[in-house]
Design a protein around this ligand. Structure first.
Ligand code: PLP
Length: 425
């Protein structure tokens, strides 16, 4: 009875999932609704699916186990490095959110990025990547991939001619972040997808800063990666990541003979999958509040004459590009940058703000408290200083991940007090 009820419900959900229209607003609304409509039960009708706390799975027939290895036993689980039901629930939810056919969850955002890259690229291949990306991703492309003689050309991702010019015969992928870390540049995903398709390379987009705001796969990205450590989980209690793509790509990732995920094993623990899944269902409310608070603070910083970087400003170079790609219901994002010119000033300001109760001097983002860090000395410290300056990253750049503060006016009063004390305004 329960099983037939579930089958009906799941079939209805599956049918709904393929009903995306080309109109971006409707499309995005459906993507959010798809997540809401995803009915995932435990075996007792438990509203939160039970956590499958097992590494391995038993079979009644030996043949079914053998079929599992060849991919011919749909619905059966074999071993949790490959699939685990709790991971599958979260992966399905992420596929619904990003609008892809399939997804696979990893033990960190870097796990998703490195697994995807090593799945796409072989020794001797070439990558075109945005020069402003998370420092760990930059270091992976620039330093680590040297082991495999995989070269990366870093470009200004907003300069489409330089993207085209950087493509070589052995280029396998274009890599960018929807909203780049930390410069908050905006990647024109449809235009980059056109370039990728024209050159038969894959467009891989890290959507960590903009879940729900932008759906890169719906705009032409072939693979979307997210660090779920950030907004998606939103609790800062674990690191996790996800690769979202078509069935073919995800199945290739977990192929028992040659799949990068199956063989390198960056799998997420099922307990974490279960907790992230619950947090995901409040993401739409959190993203609205992060964006609302960030816009408020960005305006305040500007009003008092600070140099502030926020894509919500009409004069931000990426504003128009983001506007054409975004779901306005979720605003311009929760990240802002201010430039106080010198690293020592940034340090003093951050220490003062922490003491004043503005938030925490900490890396990472998407938490319910405001987090701030000096990018050049922290999450972009892997990027050499001359490259930082070339991309416009000043040594005094402070990145804020604005929290869910109820009383953001009060938060601003505290920040303003620190700025005045330091005679910055
Ligand atoms: N992508 C972006 C944009 C990030 O900012 C980060 C981490 O800060 C990562 C990926 C890596 O994610 P994780 O720390 O979950 O490995």
């Amino acid at each position: 009875m329960l099983i037939s009820y579930l089958c009906t419900v799941l079939m209805t959900t599956a049918t709904k999932r393929i009903c995306f229209t080309q109109n971006s607003m409707i499309m995005y609304k459906e993507a959010v609704t798809n997540l809401y409509d995803l009915l995932q039960f435990g075996e007792y009708g438990d509203v939160n699916p039970s956590i499958t706390d097992s590494a391995t799975f038993t079979f009644l027939q030996a043949k079914t186990m053998a079929d599992c290895f060849t991919g011919d036993a749909p619905g059966c689980y074999l071993y949790s490095r490959h699939w685990n039901p709790s991971n599958k629930y979260l992966a399905d939810a992420m596929a619904a959110l990003e609008g892809t056919d399939s997804a696979w969850v990893t033990g960190s955002g870097m796990g998703a990025i490195t697994t995807t890259t090593l799945q796409i690229c072989n020794a001797g291949d070439h990558i075109v990547a945005s020069a402003t990306i998370y420092g760990g991703s930059y270091a992976f492309f620039k330093n680590y991939l040297q082991k495999f003689n995989i070269q990366t050309t870093f470009v200004d991702i907003t300069d489409l001619d330089s993207v085209k010019a950087a493509i070589r015969p052995n280029t396998k992928m274009i890599y960018t972040e929807t909203m780049t870390n930390p410069m908050l540049q905006i990647s024109d995903i449809p235009a980059l997808a056109d370039i990728a398709n024209a050159h038969k390379v894959l467009l891989v987009v890290d959507n960590t800063f903009t879940p729900l705001i932008v759906a890169p796969a719906k705009l032409g990205a072939h693979v979307v990666v997210d660090s779920m450590t950030k907004f998606i989980n939103g609790k800062n209690d674990c690191v996790a990541g996800v690769v979202c793509a078509g069935h073919e790509f995800i199945n290739a990732l977990i192929d028992v003979n040659v799949g990068t995920a199956m063989l390198l094993g960056p799998v997420l623990d099922p307990y974490r999958s279960a907790s992230i899944l619950k947090n995901m269902h409040t993401l739409h409310i959190r993203m609205q509040q992060h964006s609302k608070n960030a816009l408020y603070l960005a305006n305040k910083f500007r009003e008092v004459g600070m140099k502030v970087n926020y894509p919500g400003f009409e004069d931000h170079p990426g504003h128009a590009t983001l506007k054409k790609m975004m779901n306005p219901d979720f605003g311009w994002g929760g990240l802002i940058g201010i430039d106080v010119k010198e690293a020592s000033i940034a340090s003093e300001l951050m220490e003062k703000m922490e003491l004043a109760g503005v938030g925490y001097l900490a890396v990472s983002l998407g938490y319910f408290k405001t987090l701030f860090s000096n990018s050049g000395k922290s999450t972009s410290s892997e990027v050499p200083e001359d490259v930082q300056r070339n991309m416009g990253l000043s040594e005094g750049f402070v990145r804020f991940s604005v929290g869910l503060d109820y009383d953001i006016e009060n938060t601003w009063t505290k920040i303003e007090g620190c700025l005045k004390e330091m005679k910055l305004i």
